[in-house]
Design a protein around this ligand. Structure first.
Ligand SMILES: [Zn+2]
Ligand SMILES: [Zn+2]
Length: 399
C-alpha cells in the first residue's frame, strides 16, 4: 500500500485520536498506576481484534499483529503523567488535582493506538509482526532497573523483537516537522543524595562544632569545577544540585545537610569519571573535620540511535511529511528510559513537532502550561504505522 493512503487514513481517524488523547489527558495517572489508561488501551485493542497482554510490568499493555514467520518490529508509547497541577483552561483539563500529562504521554498513547488501528487493516500484507508496547512509568529516575521500560524488558517483551521505534512530542518544533538524529541524542540520567555530617554547637560558639552548612557550601562550589575543569571541552555533561536542606534554628550550628542532584552524560567514560569525581569532591569535608555519605544511583543510559535504522526512519518520514519537514535535531541532556530498549535491540527515538502556530514562546514540557497542537497526532500515527509497514516490507523477505 502507498504511504499517502496511510496518511489519509490517519487524517480520517483524527477525531478519534483527539478524543482518546483528551480522555487520557483528563485522567492523568502516575508511574505504575496507569489503570484507567491501560483499560482504555486494552478496550480499543479488544474492539479491533488485536491480541494483547495486560498487566505487563504491572500496568503495561502489549499488543501484536502480523505473521509469526517474519521479523518483528516494535513501536513504543509511554503512558504515565506527572505530579504537576495543570494551569491550562481547556475543556479537556486534568480532572485530578496535582496531576497532569505535561510530557505528552497521553498523545503518545493515542498515536500508538491509532497506528495499531491503521496497521490492523493491512495485517494480511505484513511479512512479519508488529508489536505495540504501551509502557508504564517512564517518568521515574529510578534506582537501576526501576522504570517501566526496564521492567518490560525483564518480563521478556523484547525477546523476539528485531527493531524498536519510539516517538516523543516536541514543542520546540512546529507541527508538521519530524526531528531525527543518529547516535546519542539524550543523556544518561543519574541522581545522587549526599549527606554531610558536622557537629552541633551553639550558634554563638561555632568553634565548638563543625558547621555542616559551611561544608555543604564548599562542596557545592567545588562541584562547579567538575564539568568546567575536569571534563574535556568537547564532551557534554551536567551536574546539578536540585535540593539542599539543613539546619533547625538561626542560633544553632547545623550538624547535617542533605543535598540531592542529577548528573547527565552521553559517554560511559564521562559517566564513570563524574561519579568518581563527585565522591572526591564530597570527601573534602573530611579534611575540614566533617564526614559524608554519598549515594549515587544510576538511571537510564543515554538514548543512542542506531545509525541504519535512523536513516531508514528518516527516509520514511520524508515520504510521510515531505523532505523539507524532516529536520536534524540537537542532542538533549534530558533522559528517557527508551534507552533501555536500545541496550537490547537496535532502536531509534524520533521527535514529533507539536508547537501550534500561536504558541509563542513554545510551551515547555514538564510545565503547568504545557499543551500540544493536536494537528500533530495523525502525523505521528501515520509515521509510526508507515515505519512498521515499510520496515517489514524491506526486512520481511530477507527473513
Ligand atoms: Zn517527561
Ligand atoms: Zn516524556
Amino acid at each position: 500500500m502507498e504511504l499517502e493512503s496511510l496518511l489519509a487514513a490517519a487524517h480520517a481517524l483524527a477525531p478519534q485520536i483527539v478524543e482518546w488523547r483528551r480522555t487520557l489527558h483528563r485522567w492523568p495517572e502516575l508511574a505504575f498506576t496507569e489503570h484507567r489508561t491501560a483499560a482504555l488501551v486494552a478496550a480499543r485493542l479488544h474492539e479491533w481484534g488485536i491480541p494483547h497482554e495486560t498487566e505487563v510490568a504491572q500496568t503495561g499493555v502489549v499488543g501484536q499483529i502480523g505473521a509469526a514467520a517474519g521479523p518483528t518490529i516494535a513501536l513504543r508509547a509511554d503512558m504515565d503523567a506527572l505530579p504537576i497541577p495543570e494551569e491550562n483552561d481547556v475543556p479537556y483539563r486534568s480532572e485530578r488535582p496535582g496531576l497532569m500529562h505535561a510530557c505528552g504521554h497521553d498523545a503518545h498513547t493515542a498515536m500508538l493506538l491509532a497506528a495499531a488501528r491503521l496497521l490492523k487493516e493491512h495485517e494480511a500484507e505484513l511479512p512479519g509482526r508488529v508489536k505495540f508496547i504501551f509502557q508504564p512509568a517512564e517518568e521515574v529516575i529510578p534506582d537501576e532497573g526501576g522504570s517501566g521500560a526496564w521492567r518490560m524488558i525483564a518480563e521478556g517483551v523484547l525477546d523476539d523483537v528485531d527493531a524498536i521505534v519510539g516517538l516523543h512530542v516536541d514543542p520546540t518544533l512546529p507541527t508538521g516537522q519530524i526531528g531525527i538524529r543518529p547516535g546519542p541524542i539524550m543523556a544518561a540520567a543519574d541522581r545522587f543524595e549526599l549527606t554531610i555530617m558536622g557537629k552541633a554547637a551553639h550558634g554563638a560558639h561555632p568553634y565548638q562544632g563543625v558547621d555542616a552548612i559551611v561544608l555543604a557550601a564548599q562542596v557545592v562550589t567545588a562541584a562547579q569545577t567538575l564539568v568546567s575543569r575536569r571534563i574535556p571541552a568537547n564532551k557534554e555533561a551536567v551536574v546539578t544540585f536540585g535540593t539542599i536542606h539543613g539546619g533547625n534554628k538561626e542560633n544553632i550550628i547545623c550538624d547535617r545537610v542533605v543535598l540531592t542532584g542529577t548528573v547527565r552524560t552521553f559517554e560511559p567514560a564521562v559517566r564513570d569519571q563524574l561519579e568518581a569525581e563527585l565522591e572526591q569532591v564530597a570527601s573534602l569535608v573530611r579534611a575540614l573535620g566533617g564526614d559524608y555519605r554519598l549515594r549515587y544511583l544510576r538511571g537510564s543510559p543515554p538514548v543512542n540511535n542506531d545509525g541504519l535504522l535512523t536513516g531508514f526512519v528518516s527516509r520514511v518520514a520524508r515520504q510521510v511529511v515531505g523532505a523539507e519537514q524532516v529536520v536534524d535535531i540537537p542532542k538533549s541532556t534530558g533522559g528517557e528510559d527508551f534507552a533501555w530498549y536500545q541496550q537490547k535491540t537496535r532502536g531509534t527515538f524520533v521527535r514529533l513537532g507539536c508547537q501550534a502556530p500561536t504558541d509563542e514562546p513554545p510551551r515547555a514540557l514538564h510545565t503547568p502550561t504545557f499543551d500540544l497542537d493536536e494537528a500533530a497526532l495523525p502525523l505521528g500515527a501515520a509515521l509510526l504505522a508507515a515505519v512498521a509497514l515499510r520496515w517489514l516490507q524491506e526486512h520481511g523477505r530477507k527473513g
